[in-house]
Ligand binder design. Structure first.
Ligand code: MG
Length: 371
């Protein structure tokens, strides 16, 4: 690995919450990645919605395949820029661990249920999972990850919550930046989902090839591909266009970010934390990204079929929450000292559910009342 001096360095890590002996075979970021992959929360991502509810079809992205795609994009960018690939990979694989079942609808529902009790943020939940909810280790709660991985997982955080988090929350109060590896994972996340959501939208029939021609960037690349391969069919053209668009975004991100890194006088990761955002797309590609985002919002996320799915999710999460708050013994919660503590235990339980487990729980505990 040809690392830049301001890349994250496992030897100079700000460390783990509980001190551990180093591994003979793996650096600390590799260990973080391995702990994440072997966690129960990571395995549950297989049955959590990205956009399409898991049982809608076997070919759609899930939170798990999304996380793998983000990790692949992040590793490539990281290697090109001379940053620490293992850290970028660990952050990418963990970045969505805290998502509720049923994607964003689930998160909105749970956030509303939790309004009186501090709300629900999926980023914060990802951190709670790796810091305390995973319980496979005898010596500590959670996965005891390095500061750098935890910092990267906490992509956003309200000031109110940041104040409760100690060191890892400080950057949201002081308005400083995380490592470049953390910054690039955010871009890898959006590059991955914008493109794979187009692909899934097309596969589902909710987005047509004709509609996509309204996105100028898509149209241009698509006609370029058709002129190179006149016999190509729509499906192959769609795939080839998505691949080329992703490649253009990634190349632009690498060039822009390299330019930013060259301009700044960066000697260590501390300089990165004090500088402004360094990983960036060009203005032109930022606009193209916004257009893609808007297209997906209007044509896919707000599509009546996706909406119907999300409305149902909303009802499921709400009903389970209410039921468990009134009957915590149903899930063996016996020692909550306050309503607030109870709500957090119920919220952790619901957030950890897969889509199908949430549906089963709804059927078991709530169906007779609501049907
Ligand atoms: Mg994501």
């Amino acid at each position: 690995m040809n690392l830049k001096p301001f890349a994250a360095d496992p030897q100079k890590s700000l460390g783990r919450q509980f001190k551990e002996n180093p591994s003979k075979l793996r650096n600390d970021f590799q260990r973080d990645r391995d702990r994440i992959i072997h966690s129960g929360a990571f395995r549950r991502l297989e049955y959590k919605t990205q956009v399409f509810v898991n049982h809608e079809g076997d070919m759609f992205r899930t939170r798990l395949t999304h996380s793998l795609e983000v990790a692949q994009v992040a590793r490539g960018i990281s290697r090109t820029l001379g940053l620490h690939e293992d850290l970028a990979e660990a952050i990418a694989l963990a970045h969505d661990l805290g998502h509720t079942p049923f994607g964003h609808a689930g998160q909105t529902a749970l956030n509303e249920c939790m309004k009186e009790y501090g709300g629900f943020e999926h980023n914060l939940q990802s951190l709670r999972i790796v810091d305390s909810l995973e319980n496979d280790y005898v010596d500590y709660k959670g996965l005891n990850l390095t500061f750098e991985t935890r910092e990267g997982i906490l992509k956003h955080c309200s000031k109110k919550n940041a104040l409760k988090l100690g060191e890892v929350g400080k950057r949201f109060i002081q308005k400083t930046q995380p490592s470049l590896e953390a910054q690039l994972v955010n871009f890898a996340d959006e590059i991955a989902y914008n493109h794979h959501d187009i692909d899934d939208g097309f596969r589902s029939g909710l987005i047509t090839f004709k509609q996509l021609q309204d996105v100028l960037f898509f149209k241009e690349i698509c006609s370029e591909i058709k002129s190179e391969s006149p016999l190509i069919n729509d499906r192959q053209c769609m795939r080839a266009t998505i691949r080329r668009m992703m490649n253009i975004f990634i190349m632009d991100l690498c060039e822009q970010s390299q330019g930013q890194m060259d301009k700044q006088d960066l000697i260590s990761i501390n300089d990165v934390r004090d500088a402004g955002a360094i990983i960036a797309l060009s203005e032109d590609m930022t606009k193209k990204q916004q257009t893609l985002r808007q297209f997906l919002r209007e044509e896919l996320y707000l599509h009546p079929r996706v909406q119907a799915m999300t409305d149902n999710a909303y009802n499921v999460i709400n009903s389970i929450f209410e039921k468990l708050m009134q009957n915590p013994d149903l899930i063996n919660i016996t020692k909550a000292h306050s309503q607030n503590e109870l709500a957090i235990l119920v919220s952790d339980y619901i957030a950890g559910m897969t889509d199908r487990f949430a549906l089963q729980t709804f059927e078991k505990f709530c169906q007779s009342k609501t049907s």
